[in-house]
Design a binder for this molecule. Structure first.
Ligand code: A3P
Length: 287
């Protein structure tokens, strides 16, 4: 870590300590910043990209709250956008990289290092609300695709997700006390949805608003809509050759979740407290 980066992190921490805070689902602190709640880790990333990030004019941002279909949207957008270079081959990066690594997170991967991306693939993602996006994105010609989902389903999805990352005990500890308030704080708030919903009317050519439920009902129509919006519509020949169906099939939950990388890979380095938890959990299982 460079001295400059350390200094910057120190400044962000100083700002953070002046902000209102609450305890989140896993007992960690969440800070109120520009109208939304963030964990210290993501807030630091957000402040950093707000200050430094500059998009390419052709970048497309996949935006969402957690548990609303982010991974699926990433896989579909990536497969659609990279299909020409893949045609006839089975070497899609989706076979060997997690969708989250194919489409890096702004406030995580890029905040750590702006070169944590493939410049040839103009896809980035973020959970940051519209009003908090870096000004450089808002004032650019970049396109934005937002996906939202019924908050009840996102909540259940989250509930089921935690045991998978071995946090069942922590989840129980905190959820029984104040589950929905925590959820609204950390993961999905109406203001998050409304921000993108309103912006979409202001900039209809720049923002595409999708719902997980509608995508499930008619995935093919949405894959074509995504392609059109990203400026790479399917040709008549591609449609005739079943390219849309191939992409849907490759990005299906069943297919993706069976790739080795998605079964055993990790898209974030394990942090110390997670590592500790993992050791305790594994020892508990062995005994
Ligand atoms: P459920 O937990 O209700 O099954 P996110 O990617 O934003 O974390 O969202 C997770 C939700 O998206 C999960 O919902 C998961 O099943 C669903 N999902 C992930 N990959 C998917 C895919 N390839 N196709 C359809 N849904 C997918």
């Amino acid at each position: 870590e460079s001295a400059e980066r350390k200094n910057e992190a120190k400044n962000y921490n100083e700002v953070m300590y002046t902000l209102p805070k609450v305890k989140g689902l896993r007992g960690n602190d969440y800070y109120l910043y520009q109208g939304f709640w963030y964990s210290s880790f993501f807030l630091e990333g957000l402040m950093s990209v707000q200050e430094h990030f500059n998009p390419q004019s052709t970048d497309i941002f996949l935006t969402s709250s957690p548990k609303t279909g982010t991974t699926w949207l990433k896989a579909l957008a990536f497969a659609i956008l990279t299909r020409s270079r893949l045609s006839g081959s089975t070497t899609s990066s989706l076979l060997t990289k997690m969708p989250h690594d194919c489409v890096p997170f702004l406030e995580y991967h890029l905040a750590q290092n702006p070169s944590n991306r493939d410049l040839a693939i103009p896809l980035l993602s973020t959970h940051v609300p519209y009003s908090c996006l870096p000004k450089s994105i808002i004032s650019s010609s970049c396109k934005i695709i937002y996906i939202c989902r019924d908050a009840k389903d996102a909540f259940v999805s989250l509930w089921c997700f935690f045991p998978r990352i071995k946090c069942r005990k922590m989840l129980n500890l905190f959820l029984w006390k104040r589950p929905l308030r925590c959820f609204a704080t950390e993961f999905q708030s109406w203001d998050h949805v409304l921000g993108y919903w309103r912006a979409r009317f202001e900039f209809p050519e720049k923002i595409l608003f999708l719902t997980y439920e509608e995508m499930k009902i008619d995935t093919a129509a949405h894959v074509k809509k995504l392609a059109e919006f990203m400026g790479c519509s399917f040709t008549f020949e591609e449609e005739e050759e079943g390219e849309v169906q191939k992409i849907i099939s490759m990005c299906s939950f069943e297919k993706l979740s069976n790739f080795e990388v998605n079964k055993n890979g990790k898209h974030r380095p394990v942090r110390t407290h997670q590592l500790l938890f993992k050791i305790v959990y594994t020892l508990g299982k062995v005994r």
